[in-house]
Design a binder for this molecule. Structure first.
Ligand code: NI
Length: 143
């Protein structure tokens, strides 16, 4: 970890009051910790959107219809095509009709996005979302 640096911030009082209320609701002990998280999130989003050939970590959550024809086979075939990117899969039978699948992912962002888009667009997938993040060393790398 690099050295801690202090800096001053000029901010409208109304904005600061709302910020303090928000971070209080979220349980932050200090403004600084909340601000560090905001900065990390902004840097992650900027890198993910502009550098699609770097390595990322992620998870894809899918809710799908257990009874959809051929869906399980199609999902399996796509996952085998991207086996290098899949670290682990957790499958939960949440009801008579619905399955929840959480796929842990690692690899080049463009490949993870392709895998996710192919799964999310299958007929029978009811809802899903990809979460991407970066190792901390990549977040603070200047480029
Ligand atoms: Ni199931």
């Amino acid at each position: 970890m690099s050295d801690l640096v202090r800096f001053g911030v000029s901010i409208d009082q109304d904005l600061l009051e709302n910020y303090d209320r928000l971070i209080g609701e979220r349980g932050y002990a200090t403004r600084s910790e909340a601000l560090r998280d905001l900065i990390r999130e902004a840097l992650i989003q900027q890198k993910i959107e502009t550098q699609t050939e770097i390595d990322a970590l992620g998870s894809l959550t899918l809710v799908y219809d257990h009874h959809a024809r051929n869906l399980a086979q199609e999902m399996g075939a796509i996952q085998h095509d991207f086996h290098k990117n899949i670290l682990s899969v957790m499958h939960l039978h949440v009801s008579h009709d619905d399955c929840l699948e959480i796929i842990a992912l690692r690899g080049v962002i463009s490949e993870i996005a392709e895998l996710s888009n192919r799964l999310l667009s299958l007929k029978g997938i009811k809802n899903g979302k990809l979460f991407l993040t970066l190792p901390s060393s990549v977040i603070t790398r200047s480029e």
